[in-house]
Design a protein around this ligand. Sequence first.
Ligand code: FAD
Length: 309
Amino acid sequence: MQIYDVVIIGAGPAGLSAGLYAGRSRLNTLLIEKEKDGGQIVITSEVENYPGCMEEESGRSLVARMTRQTETFGVERAQDTITKVDFSGDIKVLTGKKGEYRARAVIIATGAYPRPIGCEGEKELIGKGVSYCATCDGNFFEDMDIYVVGGGDTAVEEAMYLTKFGRKVTIIHRRDQLRAAKSIQEKAQKNPKINFMWNTVITKLKGTGLLESMVIKNLKTNEEVEIHAPEEDGTFGVFGFIGFLPQSSIFEGAIAIEDGYIPTNEKMETNIPGVFAAGDIRVKDVRQVVTAAADGAIAAMMAEKYLEH
Ligand SMILES: Cc1cc2nc3c(=O)[nH]c(=O)nc-3n(C[C@H](O)[C@H](O)[C@H](O)COP(=O)(O)OP(=O)(O)OC[C@H]3O[C@@H](n4cnc5c(N)ncnc54)[C@H](O)[C@@H]3O)c2cc1C
């Protein structure tokens, strides 16, 4: 069976960038993706904050160029879902639904998905009013109404960040008090642009092109109300901040994992020699395309150094 220099798991921005660098270094590289290339960013209709992306670059078009560039340098591709790994020897073994793969070094770039709000219409309206990333999409809602779902530190901090853009930011929380740290809550309560809807969940999001209305339900009274976008705006924003689902379950027991994320040092090295992690799956503060791509480049260069030794 063929033994690759490097196998990369996941073809999101981190994996594609790792593939580009590994391929250019003439490493015998295999890039495995279970779905379509691009990971989370393909569902975004406009990427404004990746350097060089201008004039209505969509996630899909950005990823298509990334894939083309990576494949130019001879990276082999496999479409498979990795379900099991064995990192105990010098040769790492990855088992997928379709086959087994062996490599001297592995780069894990499996990402972390935002936990969905869990209501009807959500999936269809992602990138059309529904978002999970304030840094990415906040400025699309300049002077509009914004709703934030969640009650933890991230939800409240991101709601405060979104007040830079929205005319009003309403935190929708299923309980009657926030889970966020007291200091964060105090700041939010003093912010005149922030409002709260307690004991409330969104049950339905509606819209033909963009998000146009939503049905909310009061969990105490069971009363449902439909909120429509102000006529002058035609739409509004709903941001979900109820946690992330890091794609790390298959690595449990094989490498160190903290709260679902893989800790690395600055060289993207995990606790297992020859196994690197890059992108959103890492323990880190900023999860963006640019940071994922940077991680991927570092991981590939460090894998090359590891292989030299
Ligand atoms: C709605 C939304 C909008 C966003 N907008 C922006 C934006 O405008 N600008 C920005 O910079 N960032 C944005 N982000 C964040 C950005 O998309 C992520 O930070 C980035 O995609 C992370 O890249 P990644 O390669 O680490 O992981 P991902 O993009 O999550 O890619 C991981 C890949 O690994 C694959 N995979 C997972 N498990 C396996 C397995 N077992 N076997 C094989 N393959 C596997 C997945 O299918 C996926 O393709 C947005 C995120 C979301 C959700």
